[in-house]
Structure formats: structure tokens, C-alpha cells
Design a protein around this ligand. Structure first.
Ligand SMILES: Cc1cc2nc3c(=O)[nH]c(=O)nc-3n(C[C@H](O)[C@H](O)[C@H](O)COP(=O)(O)OP(=O)(O)OC[C@H]3O[C@@H](n4cnc5c(N)ncnc54)[C@H](O)[C@@H]3O)c2cc1C
Length: 448
């Protein structure tokens, strides 16, 4: 099958390079962010344009080859690579084009968050997205997209105006809420199930001065600090958001304020005194700096697992469960990461997008991080069991983008939305060509 695939790729003539196991940069080309996903595609096509994307889809469908689509390569389960099939690498489609007069920005299907922020932030605008600048715009947006300014401006999908999509039949179309409302509903949370997005258009939001406070608390004070954080955060307006990370080394709190800068001190400083005075500081910070602060910690090729869920609020029993679980974390970098939601995220009705969990107050993940492959089993086991303790206390919906385990779509979306997504999938991709994602099964297909 791989011979046929390579022959067809040669025949069809792509503008971008086809990288195969014999090529010098094959090893680099096959890599994705999570070192656990060490896979060996028969070929990597680094698409140069939309026509290359169309050709890759045609060839994969004709050869019945597994097709992996890679935007930023951050998929936790490694769904943007494959063994033996075709990896369609979109990294060259990474443009970010600002149109201030229209109030929009366009990002290519392989753009990273740093490309999107780089196009908008220097001109005083923002599209709400994630917290690590080497994450892909595509995968993040298609699942929902939450980050530092989501409480103020919504999820990434809430700023989405339309996309250029190449579907399984090879056709290239622009779609938006007027042209294909059902597909536009589905791509706002339904992941890469319906086609390859080659261009996103987003609405801009004005971004004023940003103030950030960051404090550390020792483990002995973590319980009091998290409880106090929950009490304070509940009273804050949407221009405020807080996230915290709990490791064996203690608690780290990051609070962000994007409202009137005269109120920054009042909004942020109590988070530096949650259980006695925390170690840290607060002040104005360039947004681009905030967006790349975690880049090195979440470096490519380390080993990761994550499992998460939504809480309505921070309650005493989830704080106790986290503290008990973190004590047995197998490495110092294993963490619980919790980010505040609500505000503009909850302004959108649950049924208006495929994304599920609009009314949640927080998103949490249990995320083991390690480097030695010999630790895979115990780290993944810790992640699963730690998440299991928190899942008991979570609401029914889930966020498909932050899960290392696959086959979770029906539970994450719930029965009604999942059924609606299956109808859409059956219309657009009846043979499930796009199956390396949190897969929505078309009717009549069986799990692969
Ligand atoms: C370090 C790190 C930090 C993160 N931070 C956040 C955060 O702050 N907020 C948040 O919401 N999420 C966050 N996430 C989760 C993130 O949203 C997902 O991992 C997302 O899938 C990453 O997108 P990507 O394009 O980089 O991934 P990829 O691995 O390239 O793709 C992920 C999925 O999307 C599909 N896909 C990729 N590109 C396209 C395309 N152009 N068209 C169609 N399908 C495509 C892939 O086939 C795959 O199924 C983070 C993840 C990591 C690893």
C-alpha cells in the first residue's frame, strides 16, 4: 500500500516536498510535539498551497491510506501523525493577515498561535486563544480554544467568522454561518472530523494594557490558597481570569487583568496574599510575553499525557482530591492545571456550537510530564487515576482537545450533540477518511 501511495504522490505532482523514510529530514518531518507519539508515516507531504491539500486528500482516499493532518502538531494523543500512511503537514500555510478596516484577521491552516498573535497584538488587537505560543491555531480552534482572555472575549470559536475547507471529496469551499450553518456549527468544537481547514477568518477584539500577577505558595499552604482563590475569583468581572498549577513543588497562581488599568492592583493583588504572602510579583506585561512564558516548560519531544474535565466551581472535595493525588505524582513536572472559564464563554448557548461545557466555571487537567520512556507506564497510570478522582466531581460534558485517551467523543459531546455530529459526518465524510481525531463515527462505519 505504501508503494502505491508513493507512486500516486509522484504522479500527481505536488508543489510542496514529499518526504519519505529515505529523505534526510524525514526524522524531523515525522515528529510531533508529544514524544510518546513516535510514529513512522510512509510519506510526509509538506503542503505548499491549497491545491497540495486537495491532492493529498485525493491520493489518500484512492489508496485507502491512513491520512494524518498536522497543524501545530500538539495533539496530546499524537493524532496528527500515523504509522505507514500519509502525513499532511500544513506548517507552510502559516500566514496571519490582519485587515483592520474589516476588523478581521486570517490565519492559515498551519499557523501557530504565535503567528496569529504576531499579526494582531502589535496593532492593539487580539483573538482569544491558548496559553502556549507553539500550539497550532487549527487544532485549538476546531476543538474550541480557551485561554487568558476567554472570559473577556469568549472561546476562539466565538470569534470565528468562516473558514476555507477541503472536504473528503476534494472540493474546496468557503463556509460560514450563512453558507452552511450546520457545518459551521460542527467545526466549532467538532475537531478535524469534517475536512482540512486551510484558512480561518476571525473577528478582532481590542486589547488594552495587560496586567499580570504571578505567585508561588508552598505545598503546606496550597489548600488554603486554592480555597481562597476560588472565593475571590467568583467575585471578579470577566476582564479578570486566573489559572493555577499544582505540582509536588507547590502551587503557582497566574492572575490576568485586561480591564481598566487603574483597577489592576485592586483586582490582582489579593491573589498574592492567599495564605500569607506568596512569592512573586505583579505589574504590566506585554501580552506576547505572557503568551510565550510557558513555551519552554512545554517543550517539543518531552513525554506527556493529559486527561481533563469541567467543574462548576472549586469545592473543598476537589481541593482535597488534588492534594492527595499530587503527593504520589511520579515526577516533579506532573501537574494539575486549572483555568477559570465563565464570563463571555458562558454567554453563548450550549446548543449554538458543537463545543460542550459552556456553563462550566473551570477547566482542569491532570497532566503528567516526563522524559524517560521507561516511565511511560507509571506516569500514564498516575494521570489516569488522578483524573479519575476529579472526574467524579465534574460536569457531564468535556473538552475534546485536552484528552490523551481517544474514543471519547460521544461522552464529551453528550448523546444529542453526538448524534447531530454523526449526521454531519455522514454527509461530509461517509468513509471516515478524517478519522485521526476525537473521531465522530459516520453512520454505517465501524470503529478502526
Ligand atoms: C502545550 C499545550 C498547550 C495547550 N494549551 C491550550 C490552551 O491554552 N487552550 C486550549 O484550548 N487548548 C490548549 N491545548 C490543547 C490544544 O488545543 C490541542 O492540543 C490542539 O489539538 C492543538 O492543535 P494543533 O494544531 O497544534 O494540533 P495537531 O496535532 O496538529 O492537530 C490536532 C488535531 O486537529 C487536526 N487538525 C490539525 N490541523 C487541522 C486543519 N488545518 N484542518 C483540520 N484538522 C486539523 C489534526 O488532524 C488532529 O486531529 C494545548 C495543548 C498543548 C500540547
Amino acid at each position: 500500500m505504501s508503494d502505491l501511495l508513493l507512486k500516486q504522490l509522484a504522479l500527481i505532482g505536488c508543489r510542496g516536498p514529499v518526504i519519505t523514510p529515505g529523505s534526510t529530514d524525514y526524522d524531523r518531518a515525522r515528529q510531533v510535539w508529544n514524544g510518546v507519539a513516535d510514529r513512522w508515516p510512509a510519506a510526509v507531504l509538506r503542503a505548499a498551497d491549497v491545491d497540495d491539500v486537495r491532492k493529498a486528500i485525493d491520493v489518500a482516499a484512492n489508496c485507502n491510506a491512513v491520512l494524518a493532518i498536522r497543524g501545530g502538531g500538539h495533539s496530546l494523543p499524537g493524532l496528527s501523525t500515523c504509522d505507514g500512511g500519509l502525513l499532511l503537514d500544513l506548517s507552510q500555510l502559516n500566514s496571519g493577515r490582519l485587515d483592520i478596516s474589516a476588523g478581521t484577521v486570517e490565519a492559515g491552516g498551519g499557523a501557530l498561535l504565535r503567528d496569529l498573535d504576531g499579526a494582531t497584538v502589535p496593532s492593539g488587537f487580539v483573538v482569544p486563544a491558548g496559553v502556549v505560543s507553539h500550539t497550532g491555531v487549527a487544532g485549538l480552534t476546531l476543538g474550541g480554544g480557551m485561554g487568558r482572555v476567554s472570559r473577556a472575549y469568549g472561546l476562539t470559536i466565538d470569534s470565528l467568522i468562516g473558514v476555507e475547507i477541503v472536504t473528503a471529496d476534494g472540493s474546496v469551499n468557503w463556509i460560514d454561518a450563512a453558507i452552511d450553518p450546520e457545518l459551521f456549527w460542527g467545526i466549532r468544537g467538532g475537531g478535524g472530523n469534517f475536512g482540512v481547514i486551510t484558512r480561518f477568518r476571525f473577528r478582532l477584539h481590542q486589547l488594552g494594557p495587560v496586567a499580570v500577577g504571578h505567585w508561588m505558595y508552598p505545598m503546606a499552604d496550597a489548600q488554603r490558597a486554592i480555597t481562597g482563590l476560588g472565593d475571590l475569583a467568583r467575585q471578579r468581572p470577566r476582564e479578570f481570569s486566573v489559572a493555577f498549577t499544582l505540582t509536588r513543588g507547590g502551587l503557582s497562581v497566574t492572575a490576568v487583568w485586561v480591564g481598566d488599568s487603574r483597577l489592576a492592583d485592586q483586582m490582582l493583588s489579593p491573589f498574592g496574599d492567599l495564605a500569607g504572602v506568596g512569592e512573586g510579583e505583579m505589574g504590566a506585561m506585554p501580552f506576547l510575553h505572557l503568551q510565550s512564558r510557558n513555551d519552554a516548560h512545554f517543550a517539543w519531544s518531552r513525554r506527556y499525557y493529559a486527561k481533563g474535565g469541567f467543574w462548576s466551581d472549586i469545592t473543598g472535595d476537589v481541593v482535597d482530591a488534588m492534594l492527595q493525588q499530587i503527593a504520589s505524582a511520579p515526577t516533579m513536572d506532573c501537574e494539575f492545571y486549572i483555568t477559570q472559564l465563565g464570563g463571555a464563554v458562558a454567554d453563548v448557548r450550549e446548543e449554538d456550537t458543537a463545543y460542550s461545557g459552556r456553563q462550566a466555571g473551570y477547566y482542569w487537567i491532570a497532566e503528567p510530564v516526563w522524559d524517560d520512556p521507561a516511565d511511560d507506564e507509571r506516569c500514564i497510570e498516575w494521570g489516569r487515576s488522578a483524573a479519575g478522582r476529579l472526574a467524579d466531581r465534574s460536569i457531564a460534558a468535556n473538552y475534546v482537545n485536552e484528552q490523551s485517551d481517544t474514543a471519547i467523543a460521544s461522552g464529551a459531546y453528550g448523546a444529542v450533540k453526538y448524534d447531530r455530529l454523526r449526521h454531519l459526518k455522514t454527509r461530509l465524510d461517509p468513509s471516515n477518511l478524517f478519522r485521526l481525531n476525537q473521531n465522530i463515527l459516520p453512520f454505517a462505519a465501524t470503529p478502526q
